[in-house]
Design a protein around this ligand. Structure first.
Ligand SMILES: [Zn+2]
Length: 276
């Protein structure tokens, strides 16, 4: 019994550390993609391209303050603790550090602890760690840039199918594949109807792919609850962040948060809704 508490704490701390790395991905991946896209366009126009990957990638350069460019030493980079000790400011220039950093770290820590509590040491836990890390990255990137990069959503789909191929979760491979296909089609149809009725694009194709990827993990039978949860959280986000009429609201974070909640609390939610 004691071991459970010990390991829950271990996974919480592991989550804090992974969360710190996720912050790097969240910050750097959109910049790397932008460079790549610009270069693709420049190649078409025969313009000189920027070097990519050599001077800037996920591992290089070392983390530094975006304002004064002072390198961040390892003891200034302890998840959450450094942020609190430095009162959310750069030690060198006093530049404010975004609250996003400790929030992502804490969120990853709590999710990892919950996953361990739910699955114990197992392949299901490993899958959960991959699934949740990817979703946390997508939630923040979509909020900030309205992007759901294919380079993340598509592998998420394949990995979900792979875990269900080996029956890690109680989802058959048939239901996983159907979940992915129906999930995409359903959103595509809603998108087309919405476009016909309002002449506006309510969602992006990234939303379809994300919904499809999550359904590959959760299976076809969870699709209705996922859609319900995503709609409710989409409304809640719109109220919290005071989205104005005609302003684009990224739906991706709502889908991703719902997928994460359903993945962890599926039995509780289905009992609450009195299904199965
Ligand atoms: Zn600074």
């Amino acid at each position: 019994m004691r071991d459970i508490y010990l390991f829950t704490i271990v996974f919480f701390i592991l989550g804090l550390i992974v969360g710190s790395f996720l912050n790097v991905v969240i910050y750097r991946l959109p910049i790397m993609l932008e460079t790549y896209w610009k270069n693709q366009a420049k190649l078409l126009l025969d313009l000189p391209v920027e070097k990519e990957g050599e001077s800037f990638n996920l591992a290089f350069p070392q983390s530094h303050c975006p304002d004064c460019h002072a390198k961040i030493k390892f003891y200034e980079n302890i998840p959450v603790i450094s942020y609190v000790l430095q009162r959310g400011r750069c030690r060198h220039c006093g530049h404010k550090i975004s609250l996003q950093y400790p929030i992502v770290e804490l969120m990853t820590g709590v999710v990892f602890a919950l996953l361990y509590y739910k699955f114990g040491l197992s392949y299901a836990l490993l899958g959960g760690i991959i699934f949740s890390s990817v979703l946390i990255v997508l939630i923040v990137i979509d909020f900030q840039t309205q992007l759901l990069p294919d380079i993340i959503t598509i592998p998420l789909l394949w990995i979900g199918l792979l875990f269900n191929l080996f029956s890690v979760y109680e989802v058959s491979l048939e239901l996983a594949v159907l979940g992915a296909v129906v999930g995409y089609l359903l959103f595509w149809i809603i998108f087309q109807i919405f476009k016909c009725l309002t002449a506006k694009e309510g969602m992006g194709y990234g939303d379809f792919k994300l919904f499809s990827a999550i359904s590959a993990w959760l299976g076809l039978l969870n699709l209705p609850i996922l859609l319900l949860l995503a709609s409710i959280s989409g409304l809640i986000f719109a109220v919290i962040f005071r989205v104005k009429k005609n302003q684009a609201m990224p739906f991706g974070p709502a889908i991703a948060v719902s997928g994460l909640i359903l993945f962890i609390f599926y039995p509780e939610i289905s009992a609450f809704l009195n299904i199965n």
